[in-house]
Design a protein around this ligand. Structure first.
Ligand code: HEM
Ligand code: HEM
Length: 209
C-alpha cells in the first residue's frame, strides 16, 4: 500500500501563503508590516532619546537625535493608519477570548494605541504652537510660520520643572514601559504557556488552531 502524502494533509506544518488581511487565526501582511515597522521606528526614537540623556547629545551631535522629530511624524502617520486598519479588520482579527488575562491583553493593546497616538500628537501640537515652520525631512512642508501660542507650549512642558520632562517625554517613557510589559507577556505566552499567541504575529506556519 503506498505511503500517505502528508505534505498535502491538514496535519502538515508546511508554511501557507500569508494573506494581506487578518483572519481569526493570525494577523495578515498589512497588520504585520505596520506592527514591525512601528516597532523598529519606536526603537529608533527610544535609543536616540536614551543616548541624548545619557551623553547630553544635541540634534547636531547625533543623527539619531536629529531625526527624532521627523521619525516621530512618520510614526504619527503610521499610528493613524494602523488604528484605521485595526477598526476595519476588527470583526475578523484573532479574538481576545474571555477571562482576566484576555481582558488585560485587550486593555494593554488599547493603552498602546492611545499612547502611540497621543505621544507624537502632543509633540506636534507643541511644535505648531511654537510658531516655527516644519518640513518633514526638510522636504515636505507640514506647517508654515504662525503666531506662537505660548500658553499651549507651557501646558505641554508643564511637568518639566517638577518631574524633569514634558507631558510628551513622560508619556513617551510610559509607552516604553507598556511596550516592555507587552514583550514580556508575549514571551510568557510562547515559552511558559506554550500557546499560539506569538505565531499569530510572527510565524508563517499555520497556528495549531
Ligand atoms: C514597539 C514595540 C511594540 C508595540 C507598540 C506593539 C504593539 C502591539 C499591538 C497594539 C498589538 C495588537 C495587534 C495590533 O493592533 O497590531 C500587538 C500584537 C502583538 N505583538 Fe506587539 N508591539 C511591539 C513590539 C512587539 C515585539 C518586540 C514582539 C515580539 C516579542 C511583539 C509581539 C506581538 C504579538 C505576538 C502580538 C499578537 C498578540 C495577540 O494575538 O494577541 N510585539 N503588538
Ligand atoms: C511615537 C513617537 C515619539 C516617541 C515615542 C517620542 C519619545 C520621546 C522621549 C522618550 C523623549 C525624552 C523625554 C525626556 O527628555 O525625558 C522625547 C523628547 C522629545 N521629543 Fe519625542 N517622541 C516621539 C515623537 C516626537 C515628535 C513627532 C516630535 C516633534 C514633532 C518630538 C519632539 C521631541 C522633543 C523636542 C523632545 C525633547 C523635549 C521634551 O522632553 O519634550 N517627538 N520624545
Amino acid at each position: 500500500m503506498p505511503a500517505p502524502d502528508l505534505s498535502r494533509s491538514h496535519l502538515s506544518a508546511a508554511p501557507t501563503a500569508l494573506p494581506w488581511r487578518d483572519s481569526p487565526l493570525r494577523f495578515g501582511r498589512i497588520s504585520r508590516l505596520l506592527h514591525w515597522a512601528m516597532a523598529l521606528l519606536l526603537a529608533w526614537q527610544f535609543v536616540g532619546m536614551a543616548l541624548k540623556l545619557a551623553f547630553d547629545l544635541s540634534p547636531r551631535d547625533s543623527w539619531l537625535v536629529g531625526t527624532h522629530n521627523h521619525v516621530g511624524v512618520v510614526l504619527w502617520l503610521l499610528a493613524v493608519l494602523r488604528a484605521l486598519w485595526a477598526l476595519a479588520q476588527w470583526p475578523q482579527r484573532p479574538a481576545y477570548g474571555r477571562g482576566f488575562i484576555a481582558q488585560c491583553a485587550r486593555a494593554g493593546h488599547g493603552l498602546l494605541y492611545l499612547l502611540m497616538l497621543l505621544v507624537p500628537t502632543l509633540a506636534l501640537l507643541r511644535l505648531y504652537a511654537s510658531g516655527r515652520a516644519f518640513a518633514l525631512f526638510g522636504q515636505w512642508p507640514i506647517f508654515g510660520v504662525s503666531t506662537p501660542n505660548q500658553a499651549l507650549v507651557q501646558a505641554i512642558n508643564a511637568p518639566r520643572d517638577s518631574l524633569g520632562a514634558s507631558w510628551h517625554g513622560l508619556l513617551g517613557w510610559l509607552l516604553l514601559a507598556v511596550i516592555a510589559g507587552h514583550i514580556a507577556m508575549v514571551l510568557v505566552h510562547h515559552f511558559i504557556w506554550r500557546d499560539d499567541t506569538a505565531r499569530r504575529m510572527l510565524g508563517r506556519r499555520s497556528p495549531r488552531n
